[in-house]
Design a protein around this ligand. Structure first.
Ligand code: ZN
Ligand code: MN
Length: 467
């Protein structure tokens, strides 16, 4: 069954002040409605003034997404009635957006970007006693009103929900590398996903905040819509909401059409001319982007492209962490392997990022070196890394008293003892029974309480037997 998927992403930009007033965008530890003024509260007669830094950020994103930036840009009023917008219109861009016609490549496939525009965030609604469909009442926090948003709209080019998640991960990494948003901020990236199956109308799922949730919501919709169509029932155009706890989508409202918003140019805001000089100034300060960084990692550190992609696209801080490790720790491949498998697994288990965790470069290198010196085995290291991420205590501290370090001489003594006690297995091995060596390694592991590395045991065992 043919299907079409596209998304609209709202990214909150991390400029110092809001889009049309000088209120701070830093709402952390602020009381509700503390970061407000007549402009972002939408008082009649207040005059918005555009924050140029936001346009700078927008141009950077547009360039990173291969878009064409408009020479002149306008703001428009989108009229609607809802308690999150007291002036009953949102200042956004409609007729002439900041940029159009770009693309982002996901594993060799181009996802086209239709448009990128700048708009103000509405106030935040806090639903009390339930979710958006069941709450008994609603509180409004205007700290979020007037926050600068960049809305990125794709063409319906996605072929799978997983591809949508990969797109979002890469987009988030790009925004972080550009330094225009903070991934850690609450709901800094919000996604509306559109999906239609052949024979049905387009369904929009509004305001999904987690990348994995977007994938889940789309997968759910595919199953739901396919079921309806198979029973010859209609899939009608509507807006739905994703209930992340129950992992289902629910109907919110029958979808309104763009014409319903009655767009007009905003008479309070002048056109903004984006000159060649302005574009050149931005071009000159474009930092290294994720795709370039992946290629550099492959060249500079000799890790494979898959590893480099995981490190760079997961989060910029993780890529920075990897590079800092490599400054002092020479086995980059080993560092990469342990970061993308066991470190990430432990972080994900706690649903935290590397920045939020207590992991640091010094103690992580210490951890790798404990393995290099055979103080701990790989097997034990897999346990240890969980404890390390949980507690943030340095691995050296963690193993104190637990691992009595086993010197090569100690290990050799144990091996000689095992050989003496298992003459029969030794004979069998010498007669060509390869498997006997595994048995002997097992015996050594038992005696060393699994503190020695099987690879090293094998090496010493063989050297002793074949002498
Ligand atoms: Zn304000
Ligand atoms: Mn929007």
């Amino acid at each position: 069954m043919k299907m079409m998927m596209g998304i609209e992403v709202h990214c909150q930009l991390s400029s110092k002040s809001k889009l049309f007033c000088s209120c701070s965008t830093d709402t952390k530890d602020k009381n509700p409605n503390e970061n407000t003024c007549p402009i972002c509260l939408g008082f009649p007669g207040s005059k918005p003034k555009v924050n140029k830094a936001v346009i700078d950020y927008g141009i950077m994103v547009a360039k990173a997404l291969n878009c064409k930036v408009a020479e002149k840009m306008y703001f428009s009023r989108k009229s609607y009635f809802y308690p999150d917008m007291s002036k009953n219109f949102q200042i956004t861009q409609y007729e002439i957006p900041l940029a159009v016609n770009g693309f982002l490549e996901i594993d060799g496939e181009k996802i086209r970007i239709k448009r990128i525009h700048i708009e103000e965030d509405p106030a935040k609604l806090v639903h009390k006693g339930g979710d958006i469909t069941t709450a008994s009442y609603v509180l409004i926090d205007y700290n979020r009103a007037g926050m600068p948003l960049l809305e990125i709209v794709t063409e319906p080019d996605f072929t799978t929900p997983k591809q949508v998640r990969l797109f979002l991960e890469k987009l988030s990494s790009i925004l972080e590398h550009l330094g225009v948003y903070e991934a850690e901020r609450e709901a800094s990236l919000r996604v509306d996903a559109n999906i239609s199956l052949e024979g049905g109308e387009r369904i929009e799922i509004k305001n999904i905040t987690g990348f994995a949730d977007v994938e889940k919501a789309l997968n759910y919709e595919i199953v739901r819509q396919r079921g309806l169509l198979r029973m010859n029932m209609k899939v009608e155009r509507e807006t739905r909401h994703f209930d992340a706890d129950r992992r289902v989508t629910k109907s919110l409202r029958k979808k309104e059409y763009e014409e319903d918003y009655g767009y007009i140019f905003d008479p309070d805001l002048a056109e903004v001319e984006i000159s060649k000089e302005w574009l050149n100034r931005i071009a000159a300060k474009m930092p290294e982007l994720p795709d370039q960084r992946v290629q550099r990692f492959v060249k500079q550190y000799g890790i494979d492209e898959y590893q480099a992609k995981v490190i760079v696209y997961t989060d910029k801080n993780l890529a920075d962490f990897f590079e800092k490790c490599c400054e002092r720790y020479k086995n980059a491949e080993k560092a990469a392997k342990w970061i993308i498998t066991y470190l990430l697994k432990s972080l994900n288990w706690h649903s935290i990022s590397i920045k939020q965790s207590k992991v640091n470069v010094d103690s992580f290198i210490e951890f790798l070196e404990l393995m290099d010196s055979n103080t701990i085995t790989e097997r034990y290291a897999k346990e240890l890394i969980k404890e390390y991420v949980d507690t943030g205590i340095s691995p050296k501290e963690l193993i104190k008293g637990k691992v009595k370090s086993l010197s090569e001489k100690d290990l050799k003594d144990i091996i000689l003892k095992v050989l003496e006690e298992n003459q029969k297995a030794v004979q069998e091995y010498l007669q060509g029974k390869e498997k006997s060596i595994e048995f002997l390694i097992g015996q050594v592991l038992v005696k060393t309480k699994k503190q020695a590395d099987p690879k090293i045991i094998r090496k010493i065992l063989l050297s002793c037997i074949e002498k």
